[in-house]
Design a binder for this molecule. Sequence first.
Ligand code: NDP
Length: 373
Amino acid sequence: MQTRRDFLQKLTATAFSIPMLSSAAPGVFAQTKGLIPNDKMLRVAIMGLGSYANRVADAMKDCKRAKITGVISGTPSKITDWQARFNIPAKNCYNYENFDAIKDNPDIDAVYIITPNALHHPQALRVAAAGKHVICEKPMSINAQEGREMIEACKKAGVHLLIGYRMHFEANTLEIVRMRREGELGTIRFFQGLSGFKIGDPTQWRLNRELAGGGAMMDIGIYAINGARYMVGEEPIWVTAQEVKTDPVKFREGVDETITFQLGFPSGAIASCLSTYNMNYLDKFYLNGDKGFAEMQPSTGYGPIRSWTHKGRLDLPHVTHQTTQMDEMAAMILDGKKAIIPVDGEEGWKDMVIIDAIFESIRTGQKAEIKYV
Ligand code: NDP
């Protein structure tokens, strides 16, 4: 059995690879102890040059397997700025009208969609039709139906669909998942996920239903949903949910402010979660089993993540999440490597199925069954 020390040594030896748990193609890490990367790089065009795209781009400067070779933007001044910062030639720059032409561009392997939520679906369909791999920010879409269409489109085009779940590559998260999988926490009974922040500017797209597809749940509550799934290690089968709105002007019809929800898992484990745009200092996971516990606070922020278990503190070394994520995604696309916690379209779609069920439960006031069909 792999010990925690083995795990840590290998994890910290490289920012982008956990080779003993991977299914990387032979030869990918062949040169020494499996840690020298293949020199093939994933060439990525970033779509939507906003706040998170800038964070991703800065993090990618340290990537060993992925680099930015193109941009898609509706703002010409941003294109000029990014061209200078990342040495991007004019022929690799597009806007939202002409980016279908990316299909004829041999410098671009994948497009990373980092636009407002409701745009992900139509944009992903166009990227897939252009024959490029799709990396898409969370939430993958604004409902399960759209998510399913994205999966089908990518399948039909023969391209990967990966969702930007950066926590799936984070060291503390992976260590707790390893402990749970290897039985160190015993039978899992309970998870608590608290995800939220107090949102500012009332005019931003995050508070516009047309672009956001909802409110806090799509944006931040999804971390508690996704976390419940990878921490418990099962897919929930029912949900009950309650909504509270203290500011109906800022949070209009269809834009949720605060939702509490409870999930039930096939084993009998339960989860209790909170999603909000009206409280700060809310980024906490707690997992309870009959032999131990794990706790993380902060649990999904940009880091460092702080964590401890019944055995003591973890606090594993911080690596910029987006650097690791993009190197790992490059290894998946280029080498067929498998993620320890999946980041594929099906993973994103399950979160959308659960979000649909949460809204159904709020609408009906009843427990909603979660059906993955
Ligand atoms: P921003 O508002 O900062 O950026 C979004 C960008 O999308 C804009 O700058 C703009 O870029 C482009 N865009 C295209 N159409 C529109 C439109 N109609 N209205 C507004 N912007 C438009 O948002 P974020 O970067 O914070 O979020 C983008 C996505 O990334 C969201 O889906 C969000 O959930 C996700 N995200 C994920 C995080 C994570 O940790 N995984 C963290 C933060 C966000 P341009 O001018 O170049 O066209």
